[in-house]
Design a protein around this ligand. Structure first.
Ligand SMILES: *Cc1c(COP(=O)(O)O)cnc(C)c1O
Length: 358
């Protein structure tokens, strides 16, 4: 029998979440952001699951986009970091991919490339994140330059918000964006999941939801996934493979970080940081055993973690353990581990078998 850990991916939930994103987007087109192997959920499986309703897909890698084309997906595809070298421009044109343009070298690539077909270009403006993009004040001049390359089939103005999920919101950034965009009469693409859910006016002509498609909240401290009607897509589950009876004062795991304050029963679950479970998840991180919520104990090891079986007398070797999924939002586990659901999903390790279902 294989080691009992596995991830199941609920593609019906993924479809539900994408449809919900589209409802929030109203008239705007919704690019399904499926970078990073669809946030760990499977690039092709997720893309295929919405092929009849998807307005388009957004990702990073040309090779991933080529896979989608090979699978017969004909929707628009947007590469969010654009071309990395000149040859990418022609390849993108050949595959009918849209390109973000965020730095001067990419404009030079377009000027020199003479691509076989014109491309949909997304000029990225830096509205305060200071990661990618040009100053909004340069937009008019840069749009001229992009037009003069002869490589543009369309030009969209784009930005990415630093604080869409924070108290601060997007007002300042959007004002900077709009000052650069003023008078250009071009379509806009600005909203990630948080902006789409919190600020409907940011939907503009197209939106880029990512995390919400996977059923997690982009701002779990403000609004839970459940309140947002988002359905969990990934479930990470395993089984108890060992049980220990602890005496008062007995310790658990590496570093003896948990010490029993009374005699207690604990379960050892076949899931560790080499499976993608966060090692820094402390004692008290929620876990479901046979559907009942309990807590982890002590340090997470490479291949195992311990959980409290107090009040779970039926639990034993073979009991189901849900690390996150239905009944235990990844957002809660992420909060306990002082990280975000994005990181948990993306960290799902290659050694964990994945099963997709509708
Ligand atoms: C990842 C990403 C998104 C999606 O963000 P979520 O917070 O997952 O909705 C949107 N736009 C860009 C440029 C991104 O890199």
């Amino acid at each position: 029998m294989p080691r009992p850990i596995r991830a199941t991916i609920d593609l019906a939930a993924f479809r539900h979440n994408y449809a919900l994103a589209k409802r929030h987007a109203g008239q705007a087109r919704a690019w399904a952001v499926i970078k990073a192997n669809a946030y760990g959920h499977g690039l092709l499986q997720c893309a295929e699951a919405i092929r009849d309703i998807a307005d388009g897909y957004a990702m990073l890698d040309l090779a991933d986009a080529a896979l989608l084309r090979k699978a017969g997906l004909t929707q628009p595809i947007l590469l969010l970091e654009g071309a990395f070298e000149a040859a990418d421009v022609s390849e993108a044109a050949r595959l009918n991919l849209g390109l973000a343009v965020h730095q001067p070298e990419q404009i030079r690539m377009l000027e020199l490339a003479r691509p076989p077909a014109p491309l949909d270009l997304f000029l990225k403006l830096n509205t305060g994140m200071n990661r990618l993009g040009f100053r909004p004040a340069e937009a008019r001049h840069l749009v001229e330059r992009l037009r003069n390359t002869g490589a543009a089939r369309s030009i969209t103005l784009m930005t990415h918000f630093a604080c869409a999920d924070e108290e601060a919101g997007i007002a300042d950034a959007l004002a900077r964006f709009d000052s650069g965009a003023a008078g250009l009469a071009l379509p806009h693409c600005v909203a990630n999941s948080a902006a789409l859910l919190r600020f409907p006016a940011a939907a503009r002509e197209s939106v880029r939801p990512g995390i919400m498609l996977y059923g997690a909240s982009p701002m779990p401290a403000m609004m839970s996934a459940e309140v947002l009607d988002l359905r969990p897509v990934m479930q990470l589950e395993s089984r108890i493979i060992g049980v220990q009876e602890l005496a008062l004062g007995a310790a658990v795991g590496y570093g003896a970080r948990f010490v029993a304050q009374q005699p207690m029963r604990i379960g050892v679950v076949a899931c560790g940081y080499a499976d993608g479970y966060p090692r820094h998840a402390p004692t008290g991180t929620p876990i479901l055993i046979d559907g009942v919520r309990t807590r982890t104990l002590g340090r997470v090891s490479m291949d195992m973690l311990a959980c409290d079986l107090t009040g779970l007398p039926q639990a034993n070797v073979g009991s189901q353990a849900v690390l996150w999924g239905k009944g235990l939002p990844a957002d809660e586990v992420a909060a306990a581990a002082e990280t975000i659901s994005y990181e948990l999903f993306c960290a799902l390790a290659g050694r964990v078998p994945v099963a997709w279902s509708f």
